[in-house]
Write a protein that binds this ligand. Structure first.
Ligand code: FE
Length: 230
């Protein structure tokens, strides 16, 4: 084999080998980005837990609202449970303002705390409210005047709604389910002071009276829930 033939032999045999080894390199590199992509996908699927920071967000806005005093003496009596009634609907929307377009009546801003029997605030407790409109009617086909919310980092909630109307056999009341994280569900109702029908309503309980005061655009109410956390 002369010099030229030997040169072509080297090109013919060694160059393809070199090309193969180069092209196979990315195959060993791929697993790293693939692993990274897998992690990103898992983080993406875990996105719903990002809702938690949103639940904590009301802290700033609620601090700007009129403060509700925490009147609680440890050990505090648990908030009494009363009957759920026939009109509860699961899966209410998460919202603190129930004043949809067309809602009439006296505006009520109800606020307070969810507390333990030791008067400690309960952050991230869920409160699910439902009530009749000012004419005493429930929306059983949709979610008018229904909504759930979570207490902020200080255990505080605030509901914007209207004062419910009377319906046969019942005084004015707002239904609510309250649950501390990991705790039992408290099902109860809140009542309004000075309503004549309170005296004739067998479900009425004076321990569930809202503290009311006038507000420039309606009424302002206050009620603190004392709940079990286990
Ligand atoms: Fe009711």
């Amino acid at each position: 084999m002369d010099y030229r033939k030997r040169y072509f032999f080297i090109l013919a045999v060694l160059l393809p080998a070199l090309l193969v080894s180069c092209s196979s390199q990315p195959a060993t590199v791929h697993p790293i980005p693939v692993t990274g992509a897998t992690v990103a996908a898992v983080e993406g699927s875990a996105q719903p837990t990002v809702l938690s920071p949103e639940r904590a967000m009301p802290t700033a806005s609620i601090q700007a609202q009129p403060s509700t005093s925490v009147s609680c003496k440890s050990p505090a009596a648990l908030t009494p449970a009363v009957t759920e009634g026939p009109y509860f609907k699961a899966n209410s929307p998460e919202r603190a303002d129930l004043l949809d377009t067309g809602i009439t009546g006296t505006k009520l801003v109800l606020s307070g705390y969810v507390l333990t029997a030791g008067c400690q605030p309960v952050p991230n407790a869920v409160l699910d409210f439902w009530q009749a409109n000012a004419q005493g009617q429930y929306d059983n086909s949709g979610y008018t005047l229904r909504g759930h919310q979570f207490t902020d980092a200080g255990g505080r909630y605030q509901l914007t709604t209207v004062i419910p109307g009377l319906y046969p056999g019942r005084t004015e009341h707002i239904h609510v389910k309250v649950q501390a994280p990991g705790g039992p569900i408290l099902t109860t109702q809140l009542f309004f002071p000075g309503v004549q029908q309170n005296d004739s309503d067998s479900i009425f309980n004076a321990k569930l009276l809202i503290q009311m005061q006038d507000a420039p655009d309606g009424k302002q109410g206050s009620f603190n829930f004392i709940v079990n956390t286990k």
